[in-house]
Design a protein around this ligand. Structure first.
Ligand SMILES: Nc1ncnc2c1ncn2[C@@H]1O[C@H](COP(=O)(O)OP(=O)(O)OP(=O)(O)O)[C@@H](O)[C@H]1O
Ligand SMILES: [Mg+2]
Length: 212
């Protein structure tokens, strides 16, 4: 049942790395899936998070971590698929055609967008790339302020692009920022908080989509 989820978005800072760590942790801790994070971003922030995590949790850490270049992502993910249940590929911003190997290998392309016009514009090219590869696409609205009118505009944008949108919307929550700095994730810091419930709900949606 091995599945590869590639998190991609042209726009920097849309939440790719945050969502990668949080999703991986839910799959590992709540579903007992053997889960590997594959970092293809030379910025290395996922790796820094992982090192912090290893130092903090020592042998209680259940996640695995690997790095690859964008072009090497496909080969690495294929190898990892043989050994684990879930591979989550975190990609750098501004990927164009060089992102194709990471998209090609994906069972799901997860695209986070902040509800802002700039993000909508930036997202079109990655949607087109994933569509050309005939991939399952899921748009995830991230950093949403419940009262913002822009959420409606984001929903309209997704509808116009004729792609699926996750029912779960991740709020703009400090806990996503603070937990990350500790090498942890929201579900490890909260049991019933809103951020935690959002992540559990997102993982459930993705499992249902991937039939796992
Ligand atoms: N739901 C959220 N609520 C609050 N802050 C968030 C949320 N998601 C992400 N952030 C914060 O936004 C910033 C950018 O997030 P992140 O690094 O995950 O984005 P990214 O898409 O991986 O960026 P890059 O394109 O540079 O790789 C970080 O400071 C992160 O803590
Ligand atoms: Mg990142």
């Amino acid at each position: 049942m091995s599945k590869v989820i590639t998190i991609a978005q042209q726009k920097g800072g849309s939440g790719k790395t945050t969502i990668a760590t949080n999703l991986a942790t839910v799959f590992s801790l709540k579903n007992n899936f053997s889960t590997t994070l594959l970092d293809t971003d030379p910025q290395g922030s996922l790796g820094k998070w992982f090192i912090t995590r290893k130092e903090k949790l020592e042998d209680k850490n259940t996640l695995q971590f690997k790095t690859a270049s964008l072009w090497g992502a496909q080969y690495e993910a294929k190898t990892l698929k043989e050994k684990c249940d879930i591979v989550i590929i975190d990609t750098p911003p501004k990927i164009e055609a060089d992102g194709r190997p990471a998209i090609e290998i994906a069972d799901l392309v997860l695209i986070p967008i902040s509800p802002s016009q700039v993000d909508f514009w930036a997202t079109e090219s990655i949607i087109e790339l994933a569509k050309r590869e005939k991939k399952e696409i899921l748009i995830l609205i991230n950093r949403a302020n419940a009262k913002s009118k822009l959420i409606k505009e984001a929903v309209k944008f997704v509808k116009d692009m004729e792609v699926k949108k996750a029912k779960t919307i991740l709020g703009n929550r400090q806990i996503f920022v603070s937990s990350m700095g500790l090498g942890l994730t929201v579900v490890e810091k909260q049991r019933t908080g809103k951020g935690c419930l959002e992540m559990l709900s997102l993982a459930k949606e993705i499992k249902s989509l991937l039939q796992i």
